[in-house]
Design a protein around this ligand. Structure first.
Ligand SMILES: Nc1ncnc2c1ncn2[C@@H]1O[C@H](COP(=O)(O)OP(=O)(O)OP(=O)(O)O)[C@@H](O)[C@H]1O
Ligand SMILES: Nc1nc2c(ncn2[C@@H]2O[C@H](COP(=O)(O)O)[C@@H](O)[C@H]2O)c(=O)[nH]1
Length: 217
């Protein structure tokens, strides 16, 4: 069986999933600010940028045609249609980050997390739950970056998304932000230790992804 991406470099691959508004971006921003060896992967999306979002920072914003072209060319490690938009993770960008020694977090939906788990079975997966659907709606309204129509669509999808929580390695309830952040940090730390122990050299994977760097783990 092909070993996980961390087998390439000794770096860990971690997925974080949550319904829209549960607070995953806020938690991950705080986590990454405190830890310079952690990196987030910047996905491609066909969604319109929200106020304040910058191309290349939150996402690589693109068109449906361009996304489909990239998909056809095999550019994505995983991809999914979520809330009527396409999202995908760049294979090269993630493998480069891992190869450079950064533990890498993919902030992706449950469908993408399934695909990553199939590709790299040792990936650690985390699901963030809101304390309630009411809290989710309040957070999306308070964030004030989406139309009422989009907020309704995302709340309607949350129920189905949450049904997948039990498929993940860890579930965190983001009620009190600081407590959720501490739990997330502890899980990420545990995941790194576990994955580092499991790290192996896998020359097939090196060849498959054209990676020419090799470390001594
Ligand atoms: N524990 C918390 N308590 C109260 N508000 C929170 C908490 N965590 C995050 N928030 C707020 O909830 C809103 C949604 O958070 P965030 O944007 O991080 O969610 P998200 O899961 O990344 O959503 P999306 O998938 O739509 O981008 C933000 O305004 C954020 O400040
Ligand atoms: N499968 C993937 N899902 C992704 C990716 N990037 C983001 N997402 C998920 O989409 C929804 C909506 O995100 P938003 O920024 O529009 O609120 C959310 O669940 C994200 O986690 C990706 O590359 N692949």
């Amino acid at each position: 069986m092909v070993q996980p991406a961390q087998a390439v470099s000794g770096s860990s691959l971690i997925t974080v999933t949550a319904p829209s508004g549960a607070g995953k971006s806020s938690l991950l921003a705080a986590l990454i600010q405190a830890d310079s060896s952690l990196r987030l992967s910047v996905s491609h999306t066909t969604r319109q940028p929200r106020p304040g979002e910058q191309n290349g920072r939150e996402y690589h914003f693109t068109t449906v045609d361009d996304f489909k072209k990239r998909l056809k060319e095999g550019e994505f490690l995983e991809h999914a249609e979520v809330h009527g938009n396409f999202y995908g993770t760049s294979r090269v960008a993630v493998l480069n980050q891992l190869n450079e020694g950064y533990d890498t977090i993919l902030e992706i939906d449950w469908q993408g997390a399934h695909q990553i788990r199939r590709l790299f079975p040792e990936t650690v997966s985390i699901f963030i739950l809101p304390p309630s659907i009411t809290a989710l709606e309040e957070r999306l309204n308070k964030r004030g970056q989406d139309s009422q129509e989009i907020i309704k669509q995302r709340i309607a999808a949350a129920d189905e998304e949450i049904r997948h929580a039990s498929e993940f390695d860890y579930v965190i309830i983001n009620n009190k932000f600081d407590q959720a952040l501490s739990k997330l940090a502890a899980i990420v730390q545990t995941a790194r230790c576990r994955l580092t122990r499991q790290a192996i050299k896998n020359r097939d994977l090196f060849e498959q992804f054209g990676i020419n760097c090799c470390n001594n783990q």
